[in-house]
Write a protein that binds this ligand. Sequence first.
Ligand code: FE2
Ligand code: FE2
Length: 481
Amino acid sequence: MKTQKQNKWITVAYLAVIFVVSFFMTVLAVACIAKDFTVFSNYKVYIPLSIMVFCILSTLYFYIDKLDDDTLECISTLKKCLICYSTIFISVLVSCILYSYFTPGAIVTSSVTMMVTVLINRKLGIFSTFVSIGVMLAIVMTSTYVLDIENYNIDMIGGLLISLIMCLFMTFLVGKEYSRLRLTWGTILIALATTPLAGLYSILGHGISFETIGNAILDRLIGSMLAVAIFIVFLPLYENIFAVWTNFKLAEVCSPSQPLLKELKEKAPGTYNHCVNVANLVESCAIAIDLNPYMARACAYFHDVGKINHPEYFTENQKDGHNPHDDLIPEVSVNMITGHVKDGVEILKKHHMPETVIRAAYEHHGDATVSYFYIKAQSITEEQLSNYTYRYNANKPSTKYSALVMICDMCEAIVRAKPPADEDGLKAIVDNVINSKMKEGQFDECMLTVKDFAIIKETICEVAMATMHKRIDYDKAKERR
Ligand SMILES: [Fe+2]
Ligand SMILES: [Fe+2]
């Protein structure tokens, strides 16, 4: 735990770095606008403007430090600051270069919105957008006024305001599900939708002229296309440098060509099959209760990856009816079974998997007792055994994802071992799984609500019923003919 005094010094250090960033951003931006790269020649602008930019940028630090609720992936304040400030820096400089050398109304702040929303979260994406537009306004208005540069402020201000509207709409594009294609097309469509506004603003500033209206519309499109280009080029770099798990990266991890999944498929085909089935259930439940389906799928795919070490000790991988547990005492069998949780964590850490996926692997059995071997052990002794040695030595689910994997894992195993005759039978299985785990207290720390449980039950039944549908017996159909 950091003391209050340490926290103060950390804040001072952050603010000092932000001031340096503000100064350099201001110097470079003003130099671009004035087309004068003789540093310090415009000192009368740099100092007050740097302070103004610093004030705007420091609000972002205080928001990140005090108000931004942490995402599940626990992105540190330092990482959040680096992502936000570097994207703002890039977008402000590119916009200033466009302002001076190409077209004054082309603003690329939507790259900040996309990057921060995709890499961190939507609220911070919106806040960063306001900050970047505030910085742009301060730099362009002050520098053009003080240095008396022939300017196109009216176009720039219009571009910024319309860009702000566009960016706010764009945050809705980045929901729980998004793809590069959806973001690219979404941005272009939103830019097209804002072009009438750009045309109207141009009429207000310059009067009705086809040339100025056309230019304003072109500005919007150029700005949006460049913002998309910046996003596409920089996102993979940011994903790797800051080790942030976006949906794009999670989709890659869940691809059948992913080395660890391939290894699971080769060494433990039964477990792989089970994980794929569990993933279908978990993903549908995640969508139903508004969780990230990509993260949910990744958690389910890798929850039993620890079974790779001893696949033959798990029923789904046993062939020819040989069960190695027949030759072992229950205490040893339990160690072999429960060991897959610890082994899974080690393997996932070695492969640098997301924290949420590692937690799901560690917590998907909670601290439950392996009843089968406890009962077996009890049946061969007369003394009363404690169930402590027959439990999973792990934590109860601490996230909604871990809890979903726990529920769907058990439901899938039971349904596969003994398929129910009808929908009522299936509902009884799901009810029983959730109620028994609830009684054990396994869901005490995962924050699932009563409403969530009701939705989960309904979703599992729907998805499982769809996969259990009766197939047409073609041979009988032929006989009837
Ligand atoms: Fe397991
Ligand atoms: Fe499992």
